[in-house]
Ligand binder design. Structure first.
Ligand SMILES: Nc1ncnc2c1ncn2[C@@H]1O[C@H](COP(=O)(O)OP(=O)(O)O)[C@@H](O)[C@H]1O
Ligand SMILES: [Mg+2]
Length: 309
């Protein structure tokens, strides 16, 4: 069953239950069913019935821990995010799936407010698993991490839009980031007419991002789209360069969901590595252009160039 059909099948009572789980998932890995009842203002019977039916649809996972508790699955958090975007007037129609990776599912969509756009639902990425091992996040459900990942990407786009060539961020709800649709393809799918020029523009974008205090962290031929111009995408792994944080970002902090306060820890976990990640980003790109087009560029001079203020 696709997302549209699932969405239409969910009844009002079930949406209430989904919302209740979302609002408490920061506090419980499995939200107790009596708390769900209370939050959703439903009686026990209605709640249990809804949980059972949502469980059957794969939208929640019900589990007896020392009590009966529930959490949202990837499908569940995705439907929740979709509903929020619709209710908040940011989205009117979900289009077709444009891509599905290890870390995300991306749809094109239509919004009366913004026109055609791209909607990226975050899944749990490998990075988060790694970070999770290193740092103690307590016993949070993975769906919480997908929300953090989306928030993190949204924050990078907010900071960079207008400074570097990234899609315009249009909204963030749950694990979804709504953004400008780029009518282009990943550069690895193309035979570039002027690869030198494209490479130079990518290096230029890396420099501009760095001026805004951002290192991409996962830059490669897979995350550069080319339409009339290049666009850098896919920011959940970005790291902050502390000494380059601008005022614009201070202002950006107010847009964070209040629920996601410890998300800053993810940035901190990484920020000591920014220099290494920057070098790796540049290395990835240079390697690709060397292999695909035989272009040789000295990595150290590129690094020095992007680091010059
Ligand atoms: N704003 C966008 N406009 C057009 N296509 C996009 C956009 N964002 C993502 N995509 C498409 O979806 C794919 C996956 O998105 P990406 O952000 O790279 O996530 P992942 O972490 O799964 O690689 C991209 O390679 C691209 O084809
Ligand atoms: Mg990608």
């Amino acid at each position: 069953m696709d997302l549209h059909e699932q969405y239409r099948k969910i009844r009002k009572i079930e949406w209430k239950v989904i919302n209740a789980i979302f609002s408490e998932m920061w506090n419980y890995k499995y939200v107790p069913s009596d708390l769900i009842s209370k939050k959703a203002r439903l009686n026990e019977e209605e709640t249990l019935k809804a949980l059972k039916s949502l469980g059957g649809m794969g939208i929640v996972e019900n589990k007896v821990v020392s009590y009966l508790g529930s959490s949202l699955t990837f499908k569940g958090i995705t439907l929740f995010s979709l509903k929020r975007l619709v209710d908040r007037g940011k989205l009117d129609m979900l289009g077709s799936k444009m891509g599905e990776g290890k870390e995300s599912v991306v749809y094109n969509c239509y919004s009366e407010k913004f026109g055609e756009c791209a909607l990226k639902f975050h899944k749990l990425g490998a990075t988060f698993r790694k970070i999770r091992e290193k740092r103690d996040y307590g016993d949070l459900h993975l769906s919480v991490l997908t929300v953090r990942s989306a928030g993190k990407e949204y924050r990078a786009l907010r900071r960079l839009f207008g400074i570097a060539k990234v899609p315009e961020p249009l909204g963030w709800e749950g694990n979804a980031v709504l953004m400008e649709l780029v009518d282009g393809k990943e550069i690895y799918k193309l035979r570039l007419e002027d690869p030198e020029e494209v490479l130079d523009s990518i290096i230029e974008e890396v420099r501009k991002m760095l001026l805004a205090g951002v290192v991409h962290g996962d830059l490669s031929q897979y995350n550069v789209l080319l339409s009339d111009d290049i666009y850098i995408i896919d920011f959940p792994q970005w790291v902050e360069v502390p000494e380059r944080v601008s005022e614009k970002d201070e202002e950006g902090k107010s847009i964070e969901n209040s629920e996601i306060d410890s998300y800053q820890a993810i940035l901190e976990a990484n920020s000591e590595n920014w220099r290494q990640l920057l070098e790796r980003d540049i290395e990835n790109i240079l390697k690709y252009f060397k292999k695909a087009y035989g272009i040789e560029k000295d990595i150290n001079s590129v690094i020095n160039y992007v680091l010059a203020e």
